[in-house]
Design a protein around this ligand. Sequence first.
Ligand SMILES: [Zn+2]
Length: 72
Amino acid sequence: MPKPLKDLGNCPACGSAEVNAIWFGMPAWDYEQTWPSNAQVGGCLVSDSNPDRACTNCGLTWISPDGNRLGL
Ligand SMILES: [Zn+2]
């Protein structure tokens, strides 16, 4: 299992640090074994308006303010 991603920030709504990165693109069939545990599939459509963070506590999704998009 890959190590979880770091420095994903905190949820702007609830302040939780339980934040997933949303990655876009078509995942490999075995992505659950090769992706970090806190990365989730955002879908195959990519645009600048897609959120790239998701709070696992309250469910909010947002675009990270640093612009550090963690694409494949
Ligand atoms: Zn939250």
